[in-house]
Write a protein of this length. Structure first.
Length: 278
């Protein structure tokens, strides 16, 4: 399935700024299921764009604007073809959960088993995960059970959280958006030693596309499999992946810029991420 996605965000400043240093994660990676037909990134005021791959192989573009400016526009245009991904049957039992620690000794999954900035793996999270699993004995069945629990336990409510909300707060209020659903599923999976990473991207439709977040879990002998706790499903041809990481902090579309107020010393400023999360 082919998609064309335009992502535009404009930032307006109360007073002129200069020496603005920025990083954005907006370029989808190419892989077997995701073919990038074209990608264009533009910024205004115009700036020279450079790019590099981070630790998780996400593509990051960075640029600086030394001249005074009162606004910044970041726009990406991507044409992408999504091929059907292999779907693991919901009744499959590929690997015993009791043996997962043994199997993961040789997997490069350490980062995705630990607590992170927005994800908790404390004893209370482990207890909640065990309660949600019940008598489940298989690793894949465990991830499906945890996804279903998150989907049923949380209410989707726009503007009920921010990009800085921790999963503990989400569980306490039992509501949030896709980012929060993903963080809670990450914590539950990691608490029972199932590697899980955060995925940011787009959920495309015929009429519009929206930024979205979901999860990938590592099943020994199978590989990484995507799960969307917001919709309680395995992502398909309408999902366009942009970046992966331990949680949202690793994949924010735009890093907090370092900029200098005109005539003053540099200071950190917090701006809303490009596009936000739905």
């Amino acid at each position: 399935m082919k998609w064309e996605i335009l992502h535009r965000t404009r930032f307006d400043y109360a007073s002129p700024v200069r020496d603005s240093f920025n990083e954005v994660r907006l370029q989808p990676p190419a892989n077997e299921q995701q073919i990038i037909d074209s990608f264009l990134l533009k910024v205004l005021p115009a700036a020279r764009l450079r790019h590099y791959a981070d630790f998780y192989h996400n593509i990051i573009h960075h640029f600086e604007i030394p001249e005074p400016h009162t606004s910044l526009t970041v726009e990406s245009q991507v044409r992408v073809t999504i091929k059907p991904a292999p779907v693991l049957a919901t009744d499959a039992t590929p690997f015993p959960l009791a043996r997962i620690a043994e199997a993961l000794r040789w997997e490069r999954a350490y980062d995705f088993l630990q607590a992170s900035r927005f994800v908790d793996t404390a004893p209370e999270t482990w207890r909640l995960a065990l309660d949600a699993l019940g008598e489940t004995k298989d690793t894949w069945q465990a991830t499906l059970a945890l996804m279903a629990f998150v989907h049923q336990h949380l209410k989707y409510e726009p503007a009920s959280t921010s990009v800085h909300t921790h999963m503990k707060d989400v569980l306490a209020q039992r509501r949030g958006v896709c980012q929060d659903f993903a963080h809670v599923l990450l914590g539950l999976c990691r608490a029972v030693k199932i590697p899980a990473c955060y995925v940011s991207g787009y959920l495309a439709t015929e009429s519009a596309s929206a930024t979205h977040a979901w999860v990938e879990v590592l099943i020994p002998g199978i590989g990484w499999r995507a799960l969307d706790p917001t919709h309680n499903c395995q992502p398909g041809e309408t999902y366009v992946k942009i970046a992966v990481g331990r949680d949202y902090a690793d994949v924010a579309p735009r890093e907090r810029p370092l900029r200098r107020e005109h005539g003053t010393l540099p200071e950190r400023k917090c701006a809303n991420p490009v596009g936000g999360v739905d």
